[in-house]
Design a protein around this ligand. Structure first.
Ligand code: HBI
Ligand code: FE
Length: 300
């Protein structure tokens, strides 16, 4: 089959405008170039080397269980039987960002959309949109964990409902996704000290710089998980996060998102959003950031 031509996102003067497509594509594995495989190898080996001691045990164990290797880009067809046996999830190939409702519907059906193309060598350390490495290395391993896998499916069902409620609900829910699935931290030890925190967020584990920054820099806040507080909190797209939220366990995440969100959306609609770098009186503060290097504007 001819390899699909990548749908280039619109890089405009306003920055990156995603081209949302709903198409599900077969992974064009034979069309990957040696450069594509080399980019995978470099990113995979670098993260495998630095993540022990930074990423949570569940992530490291899942990465091993999936038997992904650096020598070449994994085949979705090889990974799906392993993933499906563990938690009923499967990978589907997509062009990139999906319209929100499409994305939620896939998650609700335990289908994780993985971008089929991988970044170019010159994009090694940053690209504006999720590529194969962000999705496959960042998001997929934790879908091997039964509790987190259930949370992701519940998130999808919640997203479909939120889509029916309206934009404000979707904004609240996107913040939850951002501060847990993408940029979440988890307590690994029991003392609650800074050095007991570990990473589970996909946006962090797929980034060398942020994997180190989120735990070892004094700049960001590290604050205990609080569902409604998170759903009010604005975030950063193009810089490291100003605040990272810490869960005690994946069970805590699952329990917190069990209730019907409709009354929560109602309460949140009457409250102001919270700037990304603020610390509230009511926060359980693990670390109050110095704010070094923060940009004043740009919170979304
Ligand atoms: N589409 N493929 C893909 N991957 C995502 O992570 C994704 C998406 N569409 C929308 C989206 N994430 C966020 O807006 C979620 O909060 C819904
Ligand atoms: Fe992501």
């Amino acid at each position: 089959m001819e390899s699909p031509v990548r749908v280039e996102s619109q890089l405009t003067d306003k920055g990156y405008v995603p081209v949302y497509t709903t198409a599900v594509v077969e992974q064009p594995w034979d069309s990957y170039t040696d450069t594509d495989h080399a980019v995978w190898a470099q990113l995979f080996e670098r993260q495998k080397r630095i993540l022990p001691g930074l990423a949570c045990d569940e992530f490291i164990a899942a990465l091993d269980a999936m038997e992904m290797t650096p020598d070449r880009i994994p085949k979705f067809a090889d990974l799906n039987p392993i993933l499906h046996a563990a938690t009923g999830w499967e990978l589907i190939g997509v062009e990139g960002l999906l319209p929100e409702l499409t994305f939620f519907e896939h998650l609700a059906q335990r289908r994780f959309p993985v971008t089929w193309w991988i970044r170019k060598p010159e994009q090694m350390d940053y690209l504006a949109e999720p590529d194969l490495f962000h999705d496959l290395f960042g998001h997929v391993p934790l879908l091997m964990n039964p509790v987190f896998a259930d949370y992701m499916a519940a998130y999808g069902r919640g997203g479909v409902k939120a889509h029916g409620i309206g934009t404000d609900a979707l904004v609240n829910l996107t913040r939850l996704y951002w501060y847990t699935v993408e940029f979440g931290l988890i307590r690994q030890g029991k003392s609650g000290q800074k050095d007991d925190l570990r990473i589970y967020g996909s946006g962090i584990v797929s980034s060398k710089g942020e994997s180190i920054h989120c735990l070892h820099s004094d700049a960001p806040n590290r604050i205990g998980f609080d569902l409604e507080r998170i759903m009010r909190t604005r975030y950063r797209i193009d810089t490291y996060q100003k605040t990272y939220f810490v869960i005690d366990s994946f069970e805590q995440l699952m329990d917190a998102t069990g209730p019907d969100f409709a009354p929560i959306y109602g309460r949140l609609a009457t409250q102001e959003s919270i700037p990304a770098g603020d610390v509230l009186e009511t926060d359980a503060v693990y670390h109050r950031g110095t704010g070094e290097g923060w940009l004043a504007d740009g919170d979304v």
